[in-house]
Design a protein around this ligand. Structure first.
Ligand code: GLA
Length: 411
């Protein structure tokens, strides 16, 4: 496993000096292209990959104006795409039975509560300023668990924008893809998500975490010591239908907390800038629920800054402590954990060589991320799988990954 962590990218480099595709992905993507041809016989499609992401620090801070530290995963969405001479669009997926066939001049007026709302929302946005654009046939697929806190939705949305812009002969512009992805998720699908996910998918670099200051949308790439720190992801297998509603509720609670705190913190433009002592002074007035939400946010702001200092100072143990403290706060103050995720974090934390563990993404199910020393990998998977099985009667998928770059086309 260690050699995979250190050497998985001995592959062709693309023009940005980044690996063209994660190891093993090229074959999988070509196989995806063959599936496309079974569904849509004709000339070979163009093949694209867009990564998922994991967030290491800055939990639920993006929509509170704080800073986040995500990384792209070497797993993600596959897109096989072929242009059409007319203005018809067909969206299909290897993961879903239902497909959408529609004319670009007669796009639906609103989302349908189906999987294809994600790519469709992106296309609705892009097509507004491209009245002459050609249609196409697309097959989506990939190797990212869906709805598991690894940003499968941003991966699909950014990938859709990237692939169609390439099809229409437009230059690679990460910001245009980010904008279209955000519009699709917020205005079409209706999730009031922050900016982190599409930024992470579109702008990540291997061997780095993205340091994204969300209020200003300013980013930089911080080196991540992949040789010294391994990252594991454990999927709790829990998927909550109410996640969207609960997520939007957290956003609304934070807005309300900020509205009440703002008169006491005139310099704070967002909840993430309210000083911790102001939250404490106003706790009674906020009431217990909003006080818990606000405490998580201001503590997480401080913890994320501490995590950066730890990373830059080479203090892996301190970095891991920050990650674990985030889980406690998400569990007790933000209340977005579930027993399965708490169990994974508890099991992982008991394993020698594990430095930190937390749920990642929005919560309410999905995955936990674990930071560990590479020499702790042997036996880790079995330990977590067995411990989880004793309580829940099934084994959770565990995988190891390394950071990846943004969306790409297979040459
Ligand atoms: C979801 C949202 C993100 C972010 C995270 C929590 O993934 O899409 O914008 O808020 O939850 O950190």
């Amino acid at each position: 496993m260690e050699s995979r962590l250190r050497g998985g990218y001995a592959r062709a480099m693309d023009k940005r000096g980044e690996p063209s595709l994660p190891a093993g992905m090229e074959d999988a993507l070509r196989a995806h292209g063959r599936r496309f041809l079974e569904l849509f016989p004709g000339p070979a499609p163009r093949l694209f990959f867009a990564p998922g992401r994991v967030n290491l620090m800055g939990a639920h801070l993006d929509y509170n104006g704080g800073t986040v530290m995500p990384m792209a995963l070497d797993r993600g969405t596959f897109l096989a795409l072929r242009p059409r001479a007319d203005r018809n669009l067909v969206l299909a997926s290897t993961l879903e039975d239902e497909r959408l066939a529609v004319e670009l001049d007669a796009l639906p007026a609103r989302s349908a509560g189906r999987w294809f709302d994600y790519p469709l929302g992106v296309l609705v946005h892009l097509l507004r300023s491209r009245p002459e654009a050609c249609g196409g046939e697309v097959l989506f697929g990939g190797n990212l668990p869906i709805g598991a806190g690894l940003s499968s939705s941003a991966s699909i949305c950014v990938g859709t924008a990237f692939a169609f812009r390439a099809l229409w002969g437009e230059p690679e512009e990460p910001m245009a893809c980010i904008e279209a992805a955000l519009w699709g998720e917020r205005s079409w699908v209706g999730v009031q998500c922050g900016i982190m996910d599409p930024y992470a998918v579109a702008l990540s670099r291997p061997g780095h975490v993205l340091w994204l200051e969300c209020r200003e949308a300013r980013h930089e790439h911080l080196p991540f010591p992949s040789g010294e720190l391994a990252i594991a992801i454990v999927d709790s297998g829990v998927r909550r239908e109410l996640a969207k509603g609960e997520f939007n509720r957290r956003v609304a609670e934070c807005q309300e907390a900020y509205r009440r705190l703002a008169p006491r913190a005139p310099h704070a433009r967002v909840l993430g800038e309210v000083p911790a002592e102001v939250v404490e002074q106003a706790a009674r007035e906020l009431g217990p629920l909003l006080a818990r939400r606000a405490r998580h946010v201001v503590d997480e702001v401080a913890r994320t800054a501490a995590a950066r200092r730890a990373l830059e100072g080479g203090d892996a143990a301190e970095f891991g402590r920050c990650v674990s403290a985030t889980h406690v706060s998400l569990r007790d103050l933000y209340e977005v954990s579930v027993p399965e995720l708490d169990r994974i974090v508890e099991l992982a934390s008991a394993w020698p060589g594990v430095l930190g563990a937390r749920l990642t993404g929005a919560g309410f199910g999905g995955c936990a991320v674990v930071i560990l020393r590479p020499d702790a990998l042997a036996g880790f998977r079995e330990h977590v799988e067995r411990g989880f099985e004793q309580r829940f009667g099934r084994r959770p998928p565990v995988f190891f990954f390394r950071g990846d770059a943004g969306p790409r086309e297979l040459a």
